[in-house]
Design a protein around this ligand. Sequence first.
Ligand SMILES: Cc1cc2nc3c(=O)[nH]c(=O)nc-3n(C[C@H](O)[C@H](O)[C@H](O)COP(=O)(O)O)c2cc1C
Length: 325
Amino acid sequence: MKTLITEMFGIQHPIIQGGMHYVGFAELAAAVSNAGGLGIITGLTQRTPEALAAEIARCRTMTDKPFGVNLTFLPTVSSPDYPGYIKAIIEGGVKAVETAGNNPQKWLPALHEAGVKVIHKCTSVRHALKAEAIGCDAVSVDGFECGGHPGEDDIPNFILLPRAAESLKIPFVASGGMADGRSLVAALALGAEGINMGTRFIATQEAPVHEKVKQAIVDASELDTRLVMRPLRNTERVLRNAAVDRLLEKERALGADLKFEDIIEEVAGVYPRIMLEGDMEAGAWSCGMVAGLIHDIPTVKDLIDRIMREAEGIIYRRLAGLGHT
Ligand SMILES: Cc1cc2nc3c(=O)[nH]c(=O)nc-3n(C[C@H](O)[C@H](O)[C@H](O)COP(=O)(O)O)c2cc1C
C-alpha cells in the first residue's frame, strides 16, 4: 500500500510504532521496521546521548530498513541534553524523527539539514497547524483515546481526524485507538495517510517488556484506563491499578492544591520497575483504550501482515462490493 507516508519514510506499509518510554528499545523498533513499518527508538529512555548513539548502532545490527527516534520535549525545568540527542540522531544516520511535547521548531533546521524527516505528534488541530507552519514534514494526530498524553481538549479521533484533514496541507497519520485492519481503513477514510500505534505494539512477542505487562493489556477492556494528572494540565491515560486509584484519591482530596510532589510516588521513575521487572502495582503507566481490542500477543510481523491483509480485504471486498448489489 503506497501513501504519502510510506513514500516520505521509505517504508512498505503505512504503520508507525510511536515512541514509548521503556518499551521503544532497538528490539521493538527493528522488529517493526523489518516487518515493513517504521519502528521508533524512544530517545529519552536512553539516559544520555551516548547511550542513544549506542542504541541506534545496536538497532542497525538488527535491521537494514529505515527506523526513527522519538524525542519528547518535556515541560520540565531541568531539560535533558537535547543538543546531544539531536547530534546522536544525525550522526547515527537516522532519517526519521518523531517529536512530541513542546514545540520542536528550534531543532528543525539541524534535522532538515541532515535530511531527517520530522513527524510531530499533536493532540489538537491548532497544534498540528502550528507544526505545519514551522516546517514539520508530517504530523501524528493523537486522539483522546490514546495511551500516554491526550492533551486537554478531549476530542476523539472520529472528529479530530477529519478536522485535521480539513485544515492541514502536510500528510498526517492517525494515532490513538489503532489496532487492526479496520482501524487502518477507517483512518484512511477519515483523511489520514497511515496509522501510528502504541499500546498494540506492546502486546507483541518482540516488545522487550515483562510478560506481565503484555498480559495486563490482553486482560484489560476498553473500560480499564483512567486519566491522571488532569489538575496539573499534564493529563495521562494510564491502565487502572491500585497506584492509580491512590493517585486519583489524592487528586480528589487535594483539589486545586495538588502539586506534582504530592503524587511523585505514583508517577516518578516507575517505568523501569513496571516494564522491565513486571512490578504491576509500582505506579501509573500509559495505556490506551484500545486495550479493549487487543486479545493476543503475536509477533510484530504477524500483527502487521494481519493488519494489511484485513485492510485490503475490507477495501477490495467489503467496500468495493457495496456498489454491486
Ligand atoms: C507505555 C507507553 C509509553 C509512551 N511513551 C511515550 C513517550 O515517551 N513519548 C511519546 O511521544 N509518546 C509516548 N507514548 C504515546 C505513543 O507514542 C502513542 O502516541 C500512543 O500510544 C498512541 O495511542 P494508542 O496507545 O492508543 O495506540 C507512550 C504510550 C504508551 C502506551
